[in-house]
Design a protein around this ligand. Structure first.
Ligand SMILES: Nc1ncnc2c1ncn2[C@@H]1O[C@H](COP(=O)(O)OP(=O)(O)OP(=O)(O)O)[C@@H](O)[C@H]1O
Length: 598
């Protein structure tokens, strides 16, 4: 295969002395004028499979006419800022080794919130980069500017193409494609590209060559999972999940672990809870537990997100753990991640492979564990087997009664220090139930089959929050109470202003309650003396009132829905959309959704 000598030398210096199978099959086709659709297992080297042809093309343009100001030659699209930034770094690591006597090839990263569009345009005109790497939103804005001329773009790469072609991105991706000249090459890459179906043709490709690289060289052993990646599952009650997680994180031998949670709110909540648990375990055992904990999700600002990821990747602590959502599921390449834990399976089955594939990359050994709720979720194993993904059952590590009691006590003590933590628990629980209802495999993940009581215990709730799904709870506990260990009247916010407001509201409520009780007593007295027709009249008024309330609620919900739209962004932002609705509801009502009026 003819790769330019300087690129070959750079690859060798970077330790890539031999190409991987996906690179061997893709580079010659894409470098010479073929469109490609590439499906290869996670960690198989798809990035270099498009980076090399892009560099080849740009070098060729230079040998011929070069590029004029405001033109660029290649565009790489990625679904997340983290992935775009990582891909730009791969280009840059090779470009740093360009020989002095060649025209200098440069890249530019285009992602939202890192710098303004104006700054991006300014940099483009000054630096004259030939390769643009970015996320759809910012790239679209950038290409819309009259300062950018798209007519010289020779190659378009959609990395994680099935994501870029799903409902969350399709319109923007298509709009970007329309900016580009028809006479160009297109490459689509993903470990799960077949999920994009016919949408691949919306990228304007002509007769693309399909390249599929499975993990095994033996055709009868085809698998969608890399050979060195061990996939395991364990079946347990929701209330056991975090205890087992803590046990795995503290007792297991690993270097870097990524733990996936369903929602952004859940990540923030469990992150601060685990920070405390790990500290307390250290105190209990009289040692410093060598774990550095990080948290990352789509609702954080772009810059801290990128910083956290770099810190996690560069962390040299004995054990480093990243709590995250699906925003960090696709494409991220942190070579020494040796354990992935999914506290719940993802709503989209394709995501299972992307999450698990953060370990066991480039022939390194890795282990991915998925926790399944007892009951119906065991069927997920058979469901994944049909997709050539084999999961092996793993024993649930045994949790001693002592440890379990210590955990409950420590968790509760931490939670009681600030009532805001309970509010957060309620929001995370409600968010989880919403998330659960979005599972693609809805016959396995049945909203009516959830063990709500055990789930509430997992989140540290003592009372089931008010929500429509409560109708599925068998033998619904009186008042929603699972236990009475929290005295809500005395449960304080650490924030003084918040606490003062709570106390004020509590007093008002108590006064109201007293007045109500008094009036009820009085009414009871009157009722005894009133006629039957009077009572019927009151009943009608009640029905009218209920109808009025219903209409008002519907109007509020419609408004909230309207307000909530457009909040979603980058991957997992949309997962918490419902939380935005709930938040907005709360603001409007001035109460915590899911809580009883206490
Ligand atoms: N030719 C090669 N020789 C050795 N290592 C390589 C080679 N090509 C890629 N790698 C390494 O393999 C790892 C995985 O590569 P890459 O991130 O491109 O995988 P991927 O197929 O894009 O995975 P995913 O589907 O998860 O995005 C990287 O650390 C990369 O440096």
């Amino acid at each position: 295969m003819s790769i330019q000598p300087w690129i070959k030398d750079a690859l060798t210096s970077l330790g890539f002395s031999q190409l991987t199978p996906v690179q061997t099959s893709t580079i010659p086709l894409l470098s010479q004028n073929k469109d490609v659709v590439v499906q290869a297992v996670t960690g198989s080297g798809k990035t270099l499979a498009f980076v090399i042809p892009v560099l080849e093309k740009i070098s060729k343009i230079y040998r011929e006419d070069g590029l004029s100001r405001s033109h660029f030659g290649a565009l790489v699209l990625s679904p997340t800022r983290e992935l775009a930034s990582q891909t730009a770094k791969v280009f840059d690591s090779i470009l740093e080794l360009q020989p002095e006597n060649c025209p200098h090839i440069k890249t530019q990263l285009l992602v939202g919130s890192v710098q303004s569009l104006q700054e991006d345009l300014q940099r483009f005109l000054t630096d004259k980069p030939q390769i643009l790497v970015g996320t759809p939103g910012r790239v679209y804005e950038f290409l819309s500017s009259s300062s950018v001329n798209t007519s010289s773009c020779e190659i378009l790469i959609l990395d994680e193409a099935d994501k870029l072609l799903d409902v969350s991105f399709l319109a923007t991706t298509e709009a970007i494609v329309r900016f580009l000249p028809r006479q160009r090459r297109t490459g689509l890459f993903s470990a799960t590209i077949s999920d994009a179906g016919d949408d691949i043709f919306k990228t304007g490709m002509t007769n693309p060559v399909k390249i599929t690289v499975k993990s095994s060289s033996l055709p009868e052993e085809d698998s969608s999972v890399p050979t060195n990646l061990g996939l395991f599952y364990m079946v347990l009650k929701p209330e056991m999940k975090l205890k087992v997680l803590l046990e795995l994180l503290t007792k297991y031998r690993y270097h870097k672990t990524i733990v996936y949670f369903p929602t952004c709110t859940g990540v923030t909540y469990f992150y601060s809870m685990f920070e405390n648990l790990i500290r307390e375990i250290g105190k209990k055992e009289g040692i410093d537990i060598p774990i550095s904990l990080f948290s990352l999700h789509g609702k954080l600002e772009a810059k801290p997100r990128l910083r956290t990821l770099t810190k996690f990747a560069e962390s040299t602590t004995e054990k480093s753990v990243l709590f995250t959502t699906d925003v960090a599921a696709r494409g991220l390449d942190i070579p020494d991640v040796d354990l992935v834990i999914q506290v719940d399976p993802p709503t989209d089955p394709a995501m299972f492979l992307h999450r698990s594939g953060r370990t066991g990359r480039a022939n390194k050994v890795g282990k991915a564990i998925a926790m399944l709720n007892e009951g119906r979720e065991e069927d997920y194993v058979g469901f994944m087997a049909v997709k050539e993904v084999t999961l092996e059952q793993m024993e649930v590590p045994s949790i001693s009664t002592d440890f379990s009691e210590w955990y409950d006590k420590t968790f509760r003590k931490w939670q009681l220090m600030d009532r805001v933590r309970y509010d957060h628990a309620v929001r995370s629980y409600v968010g989880y139930v919403r998330y659960y209802s979005k599972h693609v495999a809805s016959s396995i993940f049945r909203i009516r089959g959830l063990d709500y009581v055990s789930l509430a215990k997992m989140y540290g709730l003592t009372r089931l929050p008010k929500m429509p799904e409560n109708k599925y709870v068998e033998n619904f506990p009186e008042g929603g109470f699972i236990d009475h260990s929290i005295d809500f009247d005395r449960y304080k916010y650490a924030d003084k202003v918040k606490e003062a407001t709570r106390v004020q509201e509590l007093r008002t409520q108590m006064r109201k309650r007293e007045r109500k009780e008094k009036s009820l007593k009085k009414k009871g007295q009157e009722k005894k003396n009133s006629s039957w027709s009077d009572k019927t009249g009151k009943k009608e008024t009640k029905a009218e009132r209920r109808e009025k309330m219903k209409r008002r609620r519907e109007a509020v919900e419609a408004k909230i829905k309207e307000d909530g739209e457009g909040e979603a962004e980058d991957g997992d932002g949309e997962e918490d959309w419902k939380e935005v609705v709930l938040e907005s509801k709360r603001k409007k009502r001035g109460v915590i959704e899911g809580e009883y009026d206490l």
